[in-house]
Structure formats: structure tokens, C-alpha cells
Design a protein around this ligand. Structure first.
Ligand SMILES: O=C(O)C(=O)Cc1ccccc1
Length: 297
């Protein structure tokens, strides 16, 4: 069922109506009102109109179809790593990354009852970020599309033996009691989000600013393929800050990488590295260049 639980519908509808009146000002996010992505969107663009979408994919679709000007999507977490499916969803969307945003994340355990709880519902990232907490208390993590949506679902269920892991704000919005705050396993728990839009940023707007560039590439299926690909950045002195591999298709021989570097095309060192990379690999696709908001290294 790709629909928010009832307690969320009134706020979702009013946000959707406001966004529909001014789509260019709308910032889509995957999750119910009160989700982490909603809060990240408001931190990033306080004057924007938040547009709740049931999934990350729906948020990207909203930008593609012109229902929103941009989307705020979580991509990786300091504790739990890559957000599932993002390395497929971002390239498939055809959108460009135009910004990054970092947000400290805290989860509260919230419920209708006082406990003990059989299960806690939440986004898989929140369950993973609170793995030890849940394990120590014998609470089973149950995956839900987003954290705040899980809180609305628990509220709608009327059950007192299930809980949600969600931002504290979600307890207020959906009428749950906070059982415990800050249940994440690491207190410096931080998620990196990216903002996607139809058009890439104008490179001139980035002149003189430290930048990041995100891209994907497919290595050739030969020995030392990755070594040669990475050599392009090493010899040109370009700093790579992220590299993740994944498979394309069922052959397990078409290996793709999702990477971030410091700098952007137009910088002679980055141009040289990317030219060499195109030569050393089967394909390279740039997903966007954008201001670096947190210094790396
Ligand atoms: O479900 C949410 O609240 C989201 O925005 C996804 C998410 C979940 C946990 C940490 C960061 C983002």
C-alpha cells in the first residue's frame, strides 16, 4: 500500500495543496511530515514548500514531472552506510545533484503504550542506526517506508505493544508518547543528503567555491581495472572521498562504482582525471557538481 497512514493524511494533503500552487518552490522528500528528510529539506531551504512523497522514488518522480523544483534525498549515514537503492535511483532519475546537506540524526522510541514492545517500526536506516539498542531490549526491527510514516502507522494501529523509531517531532504530530530519546547507537550519528534538480548548476555559479563532483563508472572486466581507474585520480592529484561498488545485472562481471571527488570539470586536474577515466573504463556518467559544505580531509 503506497499510502501514508491516516494520522498523516491531513498534514500531507495541506502540504500537497500548498506545493501544487507553486511547484517551483516545492521541495519533494521521501517520507511523512516530521521525517528526517522533511527536516533536512527545511534546514536547507527554509522558505521552500515541503512536498511529502511516500518513497524516495516518488520524490524523484515529482521533480522529473515538474511537481516539485527539487528533491532532498538521504544518501549515506556515518553509522549505517549507504542508503539502500540510492545508487540505482539517482542515475535512473536523470536528475542532477545540485547540493549536499549534512544533518545530525537522533531517533526516539515512541508508542501508544508504555512497553514492553514486541516490535519497532521504522526506516531501515533508523533500525540499523539503533541496532544495539533494539537488540539489547529484544525488540524486533520492522521495516517501514520512513520514520515519521512509521509513527503514523503505529498511531493508526491502536496497538500498545508496538513502537516506532522516529524523530521526536513525529510523536507530537501523530499523538505518540516518547518512551526514550536518543536511542541511536552513536551520538555523532550524521546523514549526508543530496538535493536533486532537473538542471545541473551553472558551472560559473561555482567559480571560486570548493566543490564536489559525483559520478558513476563501469570498469572493464579485466585484471587491475579498478587500479587503473583510480590511477587517473592519483596521478592528477584529485582527492576521491567516496567509492562504492555495485553490480549491474546478473552476470556479476559488470562492476559499477559510485564515487565522489573534490573539484569539478573545468578544473584542469579534474578534466585530465576524467578524460583518462573515460579511456580506462566502459562508461563514465557525471551526476552533478555542487558546493562542498563540509571540508573533507
Ligand atoms: O525516514 C526518514 O526519516 C528519512 O528521511 C530517511 C532517513 C532515515 C534515517 C536517517 C536519515 C534519513
Amino acid at each position: 500500500m503506497r499510502q501514508f497512514a491516516k494520522p498523516a493524511l491531513a498534514i500531507v494533503d495541506s502540504m500537497r495543496t500548498a506545493a501544487a500552487a507553486e511547484p517551483a518552490r516545492a521541495i519533494a522528500f521521501g517520507g511523512a511530515p516530521g521525517s528526517n528528510s522533511h527536516q533536512a529539506a527545511m534546514q536547507f531551504a527554509p522558505d521552500a514548500l515541503p512536498l511529502p512523497c511516500f518513497s524516495f522514488e516518488d520524490a524523484l518522480d515529482a521533480v522529473e514531472t515538474g511537481v516539485a523544483g527539487c528533491a532532498m534525498i538521504p544518501i549515506e549515514n556515518s553509522q549505517h552506510g549507504r542508503v539502500a537503492d540510492i545508487h540505482f535511483l539517482l542515475p535512473e532519475s536523470g536528475l542532477a545533484i545540485v547540493a549536499e546537506h549534512f544533518m545530525p540524526i537522533t531517533h526516539a522510541l515512541m508508542a501508544l503504550g508504555e512497553g514492553p514492545f514486541e516490535a519497532a517500526y521504522s526506516h531501515p536506516q533508523a533500525l540499523g542506526q539503533s541496532r544495539h539498542y533494539l537488540h539489547q531490549r529484544g525488540i524486533t526491527g520492522m521495516s517501514y517506508a520512513d520514520t515519521a510514516g512509521a509513527a503514523a502507522f503505529v498511531a493508526e494501529s491502536g496497538k500498545s505493544d508496538i513502537a516506532a523509531l522516529a524523530p521526536p517531532l513525529a510523536a507530537d504530530l501523530y499523538g505518540l508518547k516518547i518512551i526514550e530519546n536518543a536511542v541511536e547507537d552513536a551520538h555523532d550519528n550524521t546523514t549526508r543528503f543530496v538535493v536533486l534538480a532537473k538542471d545541473p548548476l551553472d558551472p560559473n555559479s561555482l567559480a571560486g567555491t570548493p566543490t564536489m563532483t559525483t559520478f558513476i563508472f563501469e570498469v572493464k572486466n579485466i585484471p587491475a581495472a579498478l587500479y587503473k581507474a583510480l590511477g587517473c585520480f592519483a596521478t592528477n592529484g584529485v582527492n576521491m572521498t567516496k567509492l562504492e561498488s555495485y553490480q549491474k545485472g546478473a552476470s556479476f562481471a559488470a562492476t559499477m562504482f559510485f564515487a565522489d571527488i573534490e573539484g569539478m570539470p573545468g578544473d584542469p586536474r579534474v578534466d585530465a582525471a576524467l578524460d583518462e577515466l573515460a579511456f580506462q573504463t566502459n562508461s563514465v556518467r557525471l551526476l552533478g557538481s555542487y558546493p562542498q559544505v563540509r571540508k573533507r580531509g
